[in-house]
Design a protein around this ligand. Structure first.
Ligand code: BGC
Length: 858
């Protein structure tokens, strides 16, 4: 008993969903924590949050900024409710927790958060740039030297940019972020990033260096979406405040102003979309250190800010998360080598090379090889519209200095498995000469799947690899051909994302991008952010319902209604627009079941189901936010849409929707269109349809979301598993059998078009493994896994299966295995939550928190 009690602790203290973040500017930061305990029924009965700027006082339970007082509550979160927060301040906080045994506990260490600018007026620097135009290719260096005489206590750098930056202090790169700041609609909102740079500064002479890249801000490459014509396009610009606090309490801020100097850098070309070119001969050694002579550098110019809305970037940054060694290298001749990384991923390669001065080395990145061993990019370059041969697709160009050179792009990433290195003069490369780095938003993994079927395990891994390859501060469709924030792909993948990764803050940022892009009439573009492309194509209900579906799922997974509240007006405007345009309740605005196997369901059917879903979410959100009239109004609208769909598409005699295709039957079931009394019949028809299709998929993007769930939720988990675990065409396993390490865009591997090899759009299977086999689901009535619905399915063909998800209360786990004729199930329910375990033919069991094992005969 006592030993157990000692194990109990408070963990995962977060502010705004991040651990000890810097640059929190909201008025009421959200605090959260977890009570870790293996004790059955462990529970918090009260909490007290204490916040203050004096860590010793907070440690002694004195919060001069806020003391919530002892709150009788089992909530593991609270929003700051104290004195107005000051800018540039570190606030320490702790939580006291009283448990059901009367014990009072707190975490060993204090948590903290730091405010940033808080208000636009607090910026002291000016936006600067060099005086080059948008067509100038080389990236610009900026530098400033300054003196400090007093002892430095702490220092923070705040930097906002149009474009991408790398920041250096005294020759060292600040932080390990990549491609900062994240992409936004630059003329409406700019992100700034905060760093603790106390360690990099020195008393005396200091040098700040900034290297500016184009990113999406100055898109020089030309492709079908016209990012080169973006309304915000300009030469990169930035604003920086380096705020130094001295030991004596005085403060000095070094800012961007006319005293900075600029020069062009050896990065002679950089495009977020295509590649980066680097001339090692143009290196200016020590350009970002104090000993450098910058007398030949030019003056900077002042620029207006890209927008007047500069806000803190509050989310996990993009990083070089994983280093990937080449698995093989083939030398085709002394100027051609092909490297294979053994897996498809998003990111960059880093080259170490020595060669004759002026040798031009090209690194062409692709996902496929031709039969002759060369890299084939024909599946990913078809939307590219180059105007000359100077900017080859996914091909970095390096000009060698004559001594040893290292190159890794700073302002570009790609999607690839293979790299073909060609050189103008012979060079000698080894397998170690090229290293891959898997880059993505560095979200924390929160889910694990393990099973007795290696193909299922590989599908799960490939799904995560594709998901991460498409997370760069906004969700994308693919990391090579487009890098676009395709809305449809992202809402289909939302549950896969949230079961596997702690991504709430990326989605909160992306929904702010949605609000930036929404037209006054409610319309959203199909890709977000956008230069304007996508308001006319692809932006129907089946894609842009992100505006409702993403906040709703974040609410279900985190139990936090903030994003729903922030998006409420946008969802309402969106739904109102559709209602005005389509008064009958049916809408054919959409693309339909994209890239299907063979059958295509009517667009009106699927789009109207998304319209129904949005109205229902809006009504639920209204209820939550206390807007009774709206709750009623949109519930009625949802009913009207459902009735219209059923009247037109449902045959009550046969229990068939439309022609009875997989997508038609499964979407109707999954999205709650089927009248209660017909569910069994429709599910039965779906199972028959799937059997008639030889237990193989016949769906596209929209159908993949519903097919497995509709089966397993309606008594056909075995059928769902049969479909999910197929290993021949068309199936996920077919890709895996053909060597896939990511998900593809097309069921047909031999397809001539729509065949990116790193797409997340067919990724719902990643979520289904948790839901359909592990049976772990959030309960909309007690979201955030406060109450967990547990409905594992012990399907034929699997000997064991384990699903684990760390939610806001801690780890939830189901693990089952066959032992002869028996099945053994272990369940973990975290403290402060409850679960209802539902087993076929066994009924339901209510569980409090704890670890359980059950065993029974099948
Ligand atoms: C993208 C898709 C996207 C689709 C919209 C494609 O080019 O790659 O994933 O959703 O267009 O139709």
């Amino acid at each position: 008993m006592i030993a157990q009690a000692q194990n109990e602790t408070i963990v995962a203290l977060k502010t705004e969903n991040l651990v000890n973040p810097i640059g929190i500017d909201v008025d009421q930061p959200r605090f959260s924590w977890q009570q870790q305990s293996k004790r059955e029924g462990a529970k918090q009965v009260a909490y007290q949050v204490i916040v203050g700027t004096d860590s010793v006082a907070v440690a002694n339970n004195r919060g001069e900024s806020w003391d919530s007082g002892k709150q009788s509550s089992d909530a593991l979160k609270a929003s700051y409710g104290g004195q107005a927060l000051q800018p540039f301040s570190r606030y320490y906080w702790k939580v006291l927790l009283w448990d059901d045994q009367g014990q009072q506990r707190s975490a060993q260490q204090l948590a903290f958060f730091e405010t940033g600018m808080r208000k636009q007026e607090n910026w002291k620097g000016a936006w600067i740039s060099d005086d080059n135009g948008i067509a100038v290719k080389p990236a610009a260096y900026f530098r400033k030297q300054f003196q400090t005489s007093k002892k430095i206590k702490s220092a923070r750098a705040y930097i906002a940019a149009g474009g991408l930056y790398e920041l250096y202090l005294n020759g060292q790169k600040v932080g390990n972020h990549r491609l900062d700041p994240a992409y936004t609609r630059f003329d409406r909102r700019n992100l700034y990033v905060s760093y603790d740079v106390t360690q990099q500064l020195q008393q005396g002479n200091n040098a700040i260096g900034v290297l500016m890249g184009n990113g999406w801000y100055n898109h020089q490459s030309t492709a079908v979406w016209f990012f080169d014509k973006a309304p915000w396009r300009n030469r990169p610009t930035f604003c920086l405040d380096l705020r130094i606090t001295y030991d004596d309490g005085s403060i000095e801020t070094i800012v961007t102003d006319k005293s900075w100097k600029t020069s062009l850098s050896p990065i002679i070309f950089n495009s977020i979309y295509t590649a980066e070119h680097y001339d090692a001969r143009l290196e200016q050694k020590g350009w970002n250190t104090t000993t450098f002579d910058a007398s030949k550098w030019k003056d900077v110019i002042y620029r207006s800010a890209p927008s007047t809305h500069v806000v803190s970037q509050v989310m996990p940054p993009i990083r070089n998360v994983k280093k990937i060694a080449a698995t093989s290298m083939r030398k085709l001749n002394d100027t051609t080598y092909v490297f294979d990384f053994g897996q498809n991923f998003s990111g960059v390669s880093e080259l170490h090379v020595e060669g004759k001065e002026g040798t031009v080395v090209r690194l062409k990145h692709g996902e496929r090889l031709y039969d002759n061993g060369h890299v084939d990019i024909s599946n990913i370059d078809q939307h590219y519209r180059p105007t000359d041969d100077k900017d080859p697709f996914q091909t970095d160009i390096v000009i060698l200095s004559g001594s040893s050179d290292t190159f890794m792009p700073k302002f570009n990433y790609k999607g690839f498995q293979y790299v073909e290195v060609t050189s103008s003069e012979p060079i000698d490369l080894k397998q170690e000469s090229l290293t891959g780095y898997f880059m993505h938003s560095d979200v924390t993994p929160v889910g694990t799947i393990r099973s007795s079927n290696p193909v299922i395990n590989k599908i799960w891994a490939a799904t995560n690899q594709a998901y991460l390859s498409n997370l760069f501060g906004y969700p994308t469709d693919c990391p090579q051909r487009e890098k676009n924030g395709w809305t449809g792909d992202a809402h289909i993948a939302i549950e896969t994302g949230l079961y596997n990764f702690d991504g709430i803050s990326v989605y909160e940022k992306w929904l702010a991008d949605h609000r930036d892009e929404q037209q006054p009439n409610g319309v959203l573009p199909s890709i977000i952010p956008t230069d304007g492309w996508g308001y006319e194509w692809g932006n129907g209900l089946d894609w842009t319902s992100t505006i409702a579906i993403i906040p709703w799922n974040v609410y279900l997974f985190y139990g936090d209604a903030t994003l729903l509240r922030d998006s409420y007006d946008a969802i309402k405007r969106y739904v109102n627009h559709v209602e005005e345009q389509y008064p009958t309740g049916l809408t054919s605005w959409g693309l339909g079941d994209w890239v299907p196997v063979k059958s295509k369901s009517p667009v009106e059917f699927s789009s109207s189901i998304y319209y129904y879903t949005d109205s229902r979410i809006l009504s639920e959100a209204a209820k939550l936010l206390g807007k009774e009239d709206d709750a009623e109004k949109y519930a009625q609208l949802a009913d009207k849409i459902k009735t219209a769909i059923n009247q037109k598409y449902f045959n009550k005699q046969t229990g068939i929707y439309g022609e009875g295709l997989q997508t038609e039957l499964s979407m109707a079931l999954y999205w709650g269109i089927v009248p209660e009394e017909f569910k069994v019949k429709v599910a039965d028809n779906l199972a028959k349809r799937v059997a008639a299709d030889n237990f193989h998929l016949d769906v596209g993007l929209l159908g993949t979301k519903s097919i497995l769930n509709a089966l397993s939720e309606n008594g056909y988990a075995d059928v769902a598993y049969k479909v999910a675990s197929q290993e021949d065409y068309p199936s996920w396993g077919w890709w895996i059998k053909n060597g896939a390490t990511t998900l593809y865009e097309n069921w047909n591997i031999g397809s001539e078009r729509d065949i990116s090899l790193n797409h997340i759009m067919f990724g719902e299977i990643g979520a289904w493994l948790y839901k359909g086999l592990g049976g772990i689901k959030p309960d909309p009535r007690q979201p955030g896994f406060k109450h967990v619905l547990l409905e594992p399915h012990f399907v034929q063909g699997l000997d064991n299966f384990e699903a684990s998800h760390v939610g806001p209360y801690g780890e939830i786990k189901t693990s089952w295995k066959r032992k002869g004729k028996k099945v053994e199930l272990t369940v973990v329910v975290p403290a402060n939550s409850t679960a209802t375990l539902h087993l076929p033919r066994q009924g339901s069991k209510a569980l409090t928190s704890g670890n359980y094992t059950f065993e029974w005969k099948e």
